[in-house]
Design a protein around this ligand. Structure first.
Ligand code: PSU
Ligand code: MN
Length: 304
């Protein structure tokens, strides 16, 4: 594992660090907006007082804190493996390039000692999971890995009520920023209640610290709804998602190809609107994640 100097120093000095994933770059958005977004997310984290650490695997080496040129390469290069937990040993042993999903990024962040991680939306229980058994590894990792994930809920292509049930089974604390409902990725709330709505980054950090002090295993999920001005109306996006899900079934898209396929189709059918919203929500999450990381670092140092 290679931890870049800035990140290593920040961790040694207990300064706030925010982990970022690379699947969203290689498999979640088209080039060049994927690279522009990844760099803008890093800048937002910095502007809010934390050090960004974009995580990926280069020639079999886990990199914690990629350089801008490396981020560019993750955005451009064809054939980068989408790495969930099960893929990690293969990609490392075979010295491959790997883009880490939420689950693999959580594992790598925990190995490096990073407690806060920002993304767009987690994977979850897929629609029709009662037939396909397609449930993202992300949920298991949230159940077991001590990292807090800040996101805009689970991607809207999923079954949100089932995803929340699964998180409850795994003992994952689900918090929401201000709203009492779980975020719905591209649109305003999902109508599904969360465990608790906090009103400030300090309050969220205090809950993260309490979990740690209680030595409870696993992560915390923080849902941050997309700001109203960027949200897409349910009537608009839901029918597009339904169409994309149907197409995936018809074309026999399975396993780890499902999420990238659906995201791509939704961008296509929404005339790029879903991509704009996806970028806006990630940037909004980066701001909140950095603020929570800053508050947590202060709490740990006893200065808050
Ligand atoms: N958030 C986004 N876009 C993405 C992802 C998250 O805004 O592409 C990625 C994350 O890496 C997440 C993955 O872990 O999608 C889920 O894939 P699956 O459903 O195959 O587990
Ligand atoms: Mn899956």
């Amino acid at each position: 594992m290679i931890i870049n100097l800035e990140v290593a120093q920040a961790l040694a000095q207990k300064q706030p660090v925010v982990a970022l994933e690379s699947t969203i770059i290689s498999h979640g958005m088209p080039y060049p907006r994927n690279v522009e977004t990844a760099l803008a997310v890093e800048k937002t984290v910095r502007d809010n007082g934390a050090v960004p650490a974009t995580i990926g695997i280069i020639d079999g080496e886990i990199v914690i804190g990629m350089k801008p040129e490396e981020i560019e390469e993750f955005g451009k290069r064809k054939g980068i493996c989408k790495v969930s937990k099960r893929d990690l040993p293969i990609v490392v042993a075979k010295k491959m390039w790997g883009a880490t999903t939420v689950s693999a990024t959580m594992l790598c962040a925990a190995m490096a000692g990073i407690e806060i991680f920002v993304t767009g939306g987690i994977g979850g229980v897929h629609r029709g999971a009662e037939h396909t058994f397609d449930i993202s590894r992300d949920l298991e990792e949230l159940g077991g890995c001590p990292v807090t994930v800040i996101c805009s809920g689970a991607k809207a292509i999923l079954d949100i009520p089932k995803t929340l049930e699964y998180l409850e089974t795994k003992g994952v604390t689900v918090l929401s920023n201000k709203e009492k409902e779980f975020a719905c990725f591209y649109s305003s709330s999902s109508g599904c209640p969360v465990d608790y709505a906090f009103t400030s980054p300090e309050e969220a950090a205090s809950i993260i610290k309490a979990k740690k002090d209680l030595t409870l295993s696993g992560g915390i999920l923080i849902s941050n709804p997309v700001p109203e001005e960027f949200a897409l109306p349910h009537e608009f996006i839901d029918s597009i998602i339904d169409k994309a899900v149907k197409e995936a079934e018809e074309q026999g898209i399975k396993g780890k190809e499902v999420t990238p396929f659906l995201l791509k189709k939704v961008v296509e059918y929404s005339g790029g609107k879903s991509l704009d919203t996806n970028i806006d929500l990630v940037l909004n999450n980066a701001k909140l994640g950095a603020q929570i990381a800053v508050s947590l670092a202060k709490l740990e140092k006893g200065i808050l």
